[in-house]
Design a protein around this ligand. Structure first.
Ligand code: PLP
Length: 458
């Protein structure tokens, strides 16, 4: 007889993963390296060390080591909020009237409200171990900055966050969470860096952008003794740290002999989907299992479904190294109407290669459909989901409704990357009926792609 599956499957502390899984070791074609915009050569450890932490650079460049031990100090911190539950969405199944079995992994059960803490704690640990005084970073709406400030306060590191000025002024809540954890939060562009002064001279009164905040954070790191720059997504090391998510899902499913058919996650820079899905993709790459993976992106910023697999800048300021990814061009700006998050044009080179090799499919969804799914989910499952995570909910519901038509009882697992408490302006737009779906035209995308940098890979 089938074992009765509880509403929440928790692991014990002993069952938590003690290693991070590096999918690159199982990839037949390795992800393309970061290259210099000047002459196209692959960046070396020596070139990366003045900007990023040394141990993290080693992880970044390592395509061969399959498992990295999670340091004890990081494991200790993980135990404060992990393991996160794998929830059987009995109420959602009933609401949809589907024979499908739906599960979600909930990563929002910590003060930062998302999975980002899984990597920030690792990055802060290595910075401290290197003897650094502090780290710098940029943040848009503030999820990453919040997670990093929590990690830095734990390891007693200084944390300088450059927050896009419009968000700093209009979204004070995450800003105050960061300050509560001791971070120094500067609205960007600022007069504290040369690049900030230059931008302010040219664009007085600008509200800033993520690209500009990245430039300021990098400058602050390389010009302040004892500081390095850290990043919350896109990089190989970030996907590596996030694999605690997928490995916990594997362990929880194994406890009840559950075999998933479809695994779903949302795509921003790729860290939550990568961390959730790559442990399962490893099984597929090693020929041990067969799953269907779906990465979900906004129709207003459709990098995978309508972008190009090419080298591009990771920042709008065009100063950072080039990464090979699916891109709409570093100058592409999603419509100002887009409220659903996931607007960063850069994407993890690991996921780009896996997508290119046909390991997963990508789907683009419109934001009104995303918020409709979010509300439906909130009303029956209780959790108020982040708009980003709700992209995954949308497609999980769509797949479950397909099962209703065909009568198939597929097992669907999706990653619920975070909560939406600080995203109520977006929910308000949806509730007021003022939210619209703006999808870029083919011409707009072609125009942006025409400006991709011309690179010769060496
Ligand atoms: C930042 C964030 C994302 C998108 O980033 P990824 O690196 O693609 O995971 C998704 N969900 C939540 C809740 C986030 O905070």
């Amino acid at each position: 007889m089938e074992k009765k599956i509880p509403y929440k499957i928790y692991l014990s502390e002993e069952e938590m993963p003690t290693k991070w899984y590096n999918v690159r070791a199982d990839m037949p074609t390795k992800p393309a390296p970061l290259i210099s915009p000047a002459d196209g050569h692959a960046l070396t450890l020596e070139e990366m060390n003045p900007i990023f932490c040394e141990e993290l650079n080693k992880q970044e460049l390592d395509n061969d080591t399959k498992y990295f031990d999670i340091p004890q100090e990081v494991l200790d911190f993980y135990r404060m909020y992990r393991p996160s539950p794998l929830v059987r969405a009995y109420f959602l199944e009933k609401e949809l009237g589907t024979p499908a079995k739906i599960y979600y992994k909930f990563e929002g059960n910590n003060t930062s409200g998302s999975h980002k803490l899984n990597s920030s704690i690792a990055q802060a640990y290595y910075a401290k171990k290197q003897g650094l005084k502090g780290v710098t970073t940029e943040t848009g709406a503030g999820q990453w900055g919040t997670a990093l400030s929590m990690a830095c306060s734990y390891f007693k590191l200084d944390c300088k966050v450059f927050m896009v000025k419009v968000s700093y002024e209009q979204k004070p809540f995450r800003r105050e969470v960061m300050r509560t954890y001791g971070a120094d939060v500067t609205p960007s562009p600022s007069l504290t860096t040369e690049v900030g002064k230059r931008i302010l001279a040219n664009h007085p009164g600008t509200g800033g952008s993520l690209g500009c905040a990245i430039s300021e954070a990098v400058e602050a790191a390389v010009t302040t003794p004892g500081y390095r720059y850290v990043l919350g997504s896109v990089l190989n090391q970030v996907l590596l740290h996030q694999t605690v998510i997928g490995q916990e899902v594997q362990a929880a499913l194994k406890k009840y002999d559950i075999k998933p058919d479809i695994l779903i996650g949302c795509l921003g820079g790729g860290s939550n989907f990568g961390g959730f899905a790559t442990p399962f993709m490893g099984e597929v790459l090693r020929g041990e299992a067969d799953y269907k993976f779906i990465g979900v992106e906004p129709a207003s910023c459709p990098s995978f479904t309508r972008g190009k697999f090419a080298y591009d800048f990771c920042d709008t300021g065009m100063i950072c190294p080039l990464a090979k990814m699916y891109t709409l061009g570093s100058q592409f700006m999603p419509s100002a109407n887009h409220a659903g998050g996931l607007r960063f044009h850069g994407i993890s080179p690991i996921l780009a290669q896996l997508y290119h090799d046909g390991i997963f499919e990508a789907r683009a969804v419109e934001q009104t459909a995303v918020f409709e799914a979010a509300e439906r989910f909130a009303r029956v499952e209780g959790i108020l989901p982040a708009p980003e995570s709700s992209h995954a909910i949308r497609v999980a519901i769509d797949e479950a409704l397909k099962c209703k038509e065909t009568g198939e009882a597929k097992t669907i697992v999706f990653n619920l990357s975070g909560t939406g408490y600080f995203d109520m302006v977006a929910y308000q737009q949806y509730n007021d009926g003022t939210m619209s779906d703006v999808i870029p035209s083919d011409e707009a995308i072609a125009e942006s792609l025409a400006k991709l940098p011309v690179v010769e890979e060496k």
